[in-house]
Design a protein around this ligand. Structure first.
Ligand SMILES: [Ca+2]
Length: 239
């Protein structure tokens, strides 16, 4: 072992002696006899560096295209009622109506006569012999016709004149409208008559009455002589 160590030492000593003979290395350039070495190979790439700092904000971009139309919204509240519109045009005339009821409600007629001669002048003559008085618009207790239906009426009277002259008037509401005068001739039987159209309102009254007293009260009737009073509605007031 010691032998091997000594051998290695001997081998090493000559090289050491050469380095010591050349002396320490001199600075570059100081020696004109120095020659540059061959350039080394490029080193390997280093690891990537850290991220840089954030840049400053860029300029504002152009306006984009409009978006898609959204879904339909909820129904709003009811608005305030508007003002009334103008009047419309007249409508088409309606159909012709059905026939009305019977004209019974427009009936008014009477025909009456005396049962005996009149003895009291200047009061309504009471005709109590009833030929027709279905509506009872004539009142035998007063001798007056009472208008129940407004309209145009026809009245007529035929008086048998006997024993005295006759002056008789047709009255409407206490006013004499029609005058008839017949002079009696002895041994004769005369007649007096009259007729008239009158427009009556409901409530109007019509009757016959002797005027100018007892000497003109020859209105007569018996079993074979009649004095009559007739009236009827010609047409009712349709207004
Ligand atoms: Ca006469």
């Amino acid at each position: 072992m010691l032998l091997l160590g000594a051998l290695l030492l001997l081998l090493a000593l000559p090289s050491y002696g050469q380095d010591t003979m050349q002396g320490p290395p001199l600075p570059k350039g100081a020696c004109t006899g120095w020659m540059a070495g061959i350039p080394g190979h490029p080193g390997h790439n280093g690891t990537p560096g850290r991220d840089g700092r954030d840049g400053t904000p860029g300029e504002k971009g152009e306006k984009g295209d409009p978006g898609l139309i959204g879904p339909k919204g909820d129904t709003g509240e009811t608005g305030i009622t508007g003002i009334e519109g103008p009047r419309g045009f007249p409508g088409v005339p309606g159909r012709k109506g059905e026939p009305g009821e019977s004209a019974y409600v427009y009936r008014s007629a009477f025909s009456v006569g005396l049962e005996s001669r009149v003895t009291v002048p200047n009061v309504p003559i009471r005709f109590t012999k009833i030929f027709y008085n279905q509506q009872n618009h004539y009142d035998g207790t007063t001798g007056k016709f009472l208008c129940n239906i407004p309209g145009l009426y026809y009245f007529s009277y035929h008086i048998t004149v006997y024993l005295k002259d006759v002056k008789v008037s047709l009255y409407k509401n206490d006013k004499a409208l029609l005058f008839t005068h017949d002079q009696f001739q002895n041994q004769n039987v005369d007649q007096a008559s009259g007729s008239v159209l009158l427009y009556l309102e409901k409530g109007d009254q019509v009757w016959l009455q002797v005027y100018e007293g007892e000497n003109h009260n020859g209105v007569y009737a018996d079993n074979v002589h009649d004095s009559t009073f007739t009236g009827f509605l010609l047409y009712h007031n349709i207004e």
